[in-house]
Design a protein around this ligand. Structure first.
Ligand SMILES: NC(=O)c1ccc[n+]([C@@H]2O[C@H](COP(=O)([O-])OP(=O)(O)OC[C@H]3O[C@@H](n4cnc5c(N)ncnc54)[C@H](O)[C@@H]3O)[C@@H](O)[C@H]2O)c1
Length: 414
């Protein structure tokens, strides 16, 4: 089976690399020429551990191709995996303009299909109803009768994406009538995970529910941490006791008291569910207040830092990406907190596992904004003395600090 992966961002490039390892021929398609060129040259434009090696192996074995157009290869492909972005609009709902463009392009190209159909599986995160209201009308408009639509949400997490791809908690495949898809079966037949077959809407809401639940777990435990810390209760103990109950309290993931949630998915998809709830004039105070709780937590951490710092202290702030081992800065709470330190005119350097070793990558550094001038290399850190080390995204583990160093660990409240 030949697969086209549309969108070579965090989800697309990982899918492409993993599918090539499984032996499929995969064409990576992106309108951003930088991403296409990086793939041609045997690497990924975005950073995700392990992906470059899979790409190099795939290219060597002749499994990976690249293009900046969907058009060029449609007759060679059996399946498209669409992994383009669905960022937030001002009202919190998802912006489907990238999805609309891709659907239109595929619809137009599908006219060229000779005696065959193509399956188009959308892996981007959608609000329920998107396939019915956005995608199918475009396919109808262009009379794209050779296209089978599938919705297959992706559950991977950045920084552990390859493992998550091959070992998903479960697989969800949505089709118009809830029946199986021949092409998705070919991908998933060797996976050790339960496959749920649903209609489109059930598959679409699955991922929004997951991300909202994770955001709720993070916020819930951070509220418990704030109450515990203020009452001199050892939150580490509370955490250990709470997560030991894996019958009623379920998994311990996303429950460690520490940083606010952030990244490209949780805040965006929480807003999307909130906006859906508001659209239908539902009164859902739990969901509507998760973001507020998260913002309160960020403010709490900033106050904690300001309490420990002052004009005469030299600080090393460790980590600005939303988690360690990614270059992704989208909605990173650590980046926001670093910007507050800047506004407060504190004397601080930043060490970040990714950005400190890629200091010369001017293009990527522009995403950091004004704090890019505070980024220092690991050698600079070793040649400096700091009064306080602040652990934000765990980049601090690279530094091998001594027990005599003073650390404020925002990533673990205990
Ligand atoms: N990042 C994650 O951890 C993650 C996990 C699960 C699901 N998701 C969801 O997957 C989707 C993609 O997320 P991402 O983080 O990979 O996004 P991203 O912004 O990193 O990548 C999207 C890519 O699509 C490309 N693109 C846009 N229009 C295109 C077009 N017409 N043709 C070809 N390429 C085009 C962009 O150039 C970009 O490279 C989103 O809906 C997101 O919510 C993300």
């Amino acid at each position: 089976m030949n697969i086209g992966v549309v969108g070579l961002g965090y989800v697309g490039i990982v899918s492409l690399a993993c599918l090539s390892k499984m032996g499929f021929k995969v064409t990576g398609i992106d309108t951003d020429q930088k991403k296409v060129d990086a793939l041609k040259n045997g690497c990924s434009y975005i950073y995700e551990p392990g992906v470059d090696k899979l790409i190099k192996d795939g290219l060597k074995k002749g499994k990976i191709f690249s293009s900046n157009k969907i058009n060029s290869s449609i007759n060679d492909l059996d399946l498209f995996l669409v992994c383009v972005g669905t960022p937030s609009k001002a009202d919190g709902s998802h912006d489907y303009s990238y999805i609309e463009n891709v659907t239109k392009e595929i619809a137009i190209c599908s006219k060229k299909l000779k005696h065959k159909k193509v399956t188009v599986a959308f892996r981007s995160t959608f609000q329920p109803g998107t396939i019915d209201k956005v995608i199918l009308p475009i396919l109808d408009k262009y009379k794209a009768t050779n296209v089978d639509v599938v919705y297959n949400p992706e559950f991977l997490r950045e920084s552990t994406a390859i493992d998550d791809f091959f070992m998903p908690s479960r697989i969800v495949v949505g089709t118009s009538d809830g029946s199986a898809s021949k092409h998705m079966n070919q991908i998933y037949k060797s996976f050790d995970a339960k496959i749920f077959l649903t209609k489109f809407k059930e598959a679409e809401i699955t991922k929004l529910i997951d991300n909202t639940w994770h955001a709720l777990k993070v916020s819930f435990m951070n509220e418990i941490a704030r109450i515990s810390e203020t009452n001199e209760i050892n939150i580490s103990k509370i955490y250990d006791i709470f997560v030991a109950d894996n019958i009623l309290n379920i998994s311990k993931h996303y429950l460690r008291p520490g940083g606010p949630f952030g990244g490209s998915c949780l805040p965006k998809d929480l807003r999307a569910l909130e906006s859906l709830s508001k659209l239908h004039k539902l009164n859902n105070p739990i969901i509507e207040n998760i973001s507020l709780s998260n913002a309160n937590h960020q403010e709490y951490l900033v106050n904690k830092i300001l309490h420990r710092t002052g004009k005469n202290k030299k600080i090393l702030f460790c980590g600005v990406t939303f988690k360690r081992n990614t270059d992704d800065l989208r909605e990173s709470p650590w980046l926001s907190i670093a910007n507050v330190l800047k506004e407060q005119n504190l004397d601080f350097d930043i060490y970040d596992s990714y950005y400190s070793s890629n200091k010369t990558n001017k293009e990527k550094n522009t995403f950091l904004g004004p704090i890019s001038e505070n980024i220092v290399s690991i050698n600079d850190v070793r040649n400096s003395k700091y009064d306080l080390y602040i652990n934000a995204n765990n980049s601090i583990v690279d530094l091998g600090l001594k027990s005599t160093n003073t650390v404020l660990d925002l990533n673990r409240l205990d």
